[in-house]
Design a protein around this ligand. Structure first.
Ligand code: NAD
Length: 257
């Protein structure tokens, strides 16, 4: 079994790689940074660079699963176009070029975010985004699409991952390739501070009340391994939120039962 894992160098990707290698999976890591855990192969790639993605993909001959973990936060640490490129356009470009090399019966699994859960509110916009698979068209969409101009680019990038996951799954039924995403809540990785910085005090307090102890990487990777396992063979075209109940708590806590 061979997995290609992006964002494998730190955080949830690194945790996932360590766990599946212990189960005997061969891992080829794709990342802009050096791996901090053992891998079986490493290809350096900047997912904001379409030419680098094409070069990296040409180094990979076959795989059973593509696991897209790479991502960066919004909030101004990187330009909006870079956030959108790394989190969605690069993920899509790599996936599109590797899908033909995935064995029938294989899988694509991406880390989205709970921030993507309302993508269908803007379904028409995402339909237009998905209709043209090029980087240039994606960046033009980001600059010109009215529905997303007032929204944080990180949420837009993750909504796009949800939309792409749903639609890509429908194209791969015939090959038995399952396509899913896992959407974490706030997770205690090096990105946690950046995400917390984009939350109001009230949201942070509510999250603490609902979720309790911070979610740790292994609590997300456990779900990722389940999604890729035979036990989940009928789980397809899904975006699974793993947020400790936060979204429901924020939406429904005032309802009476
Ligand atoms: N930590 C959270 O609270 C949280 C919540 C929801 C979703 N996520 C998502 O989880 C995923 C993993 O993040 P994490 O929290 O483990 O943080 P992390 O920073 O440890 O992991 C991100 C990985 O992506 C790699 N990466 C960054 N830019 C890249 C680029 N241009 N090209 C290639 N690789 C690049 C990094 O080197 C790193 O290995 C991301 O997609 C993130 O958006 C994180």
């Amino acid at each position: 079994m061979r997995y290609v894992v992006t964002g494998a160098s730190t955080g949830m990707g690194a945790q996932f790689v360590s766990e599946v290698r212990r189960e005997g999976v061969e891992v080829v890591a794709l990342d802009v940074a050096d791996p901090t855990v053992e891998v079986d192969g490493f290809v350096r790639v900047d997912l904001a660079d379409p030419a680098a993605i094409a070069a990296a993909a040409s180094a990979i001959s076959s795989l059973d699963a593509l696991v897209n973990c790479a991502g960066i936060p919004g909030g101004g640490a990187a330009p909006d176009e870079t956030v959108f490129a790394v989190n969605f356009l690069g993920l899509r470009a790599l996936t599109d070029v590797l899908v033909p090399k995935i064995a029938d019966g294989g899988a694509v699994l991406s880390i989205g975010s709970m921030a993507g859960h309302r993508w269908k509110d803007r379904a028409d916009a995402y339909r237009r985004l998905l209709a043209d698979g090029s980087f240039e068209a994606g960046l033009a969409w980001l600059r010109t699409t009215d529905e997303i101009q007032d929204r944080p680019v990180y949420a837009t990038s993750k909504e796009a991952v949800w939309a792409y996951t749903s639609v890509l799954a429908t194209k791969l039924y015939a090959r038995g390739i399952r396509v899913n995403s896992v959407g974490p809540g706030l997770v205690d990785t090096r990105l946690r501070a950046a995400f917390e910085g984009t939350m109001s005090d009230a949201v942070r307090a509510r999250m603490n009340d609902i979720v309790g102890a911070p979610i740790v990487a292994s609590e997300i990777t456990a779900v990722m391994r389940f999604v890729l396992s035979d036990a989940a063979s009928r789980l397809n075209a899904q975006n699974l939120v793993v947020d400790g109940g936060y979204l429901a708590g924020a939406e429904f806590a005032e309802w009476t039962l």
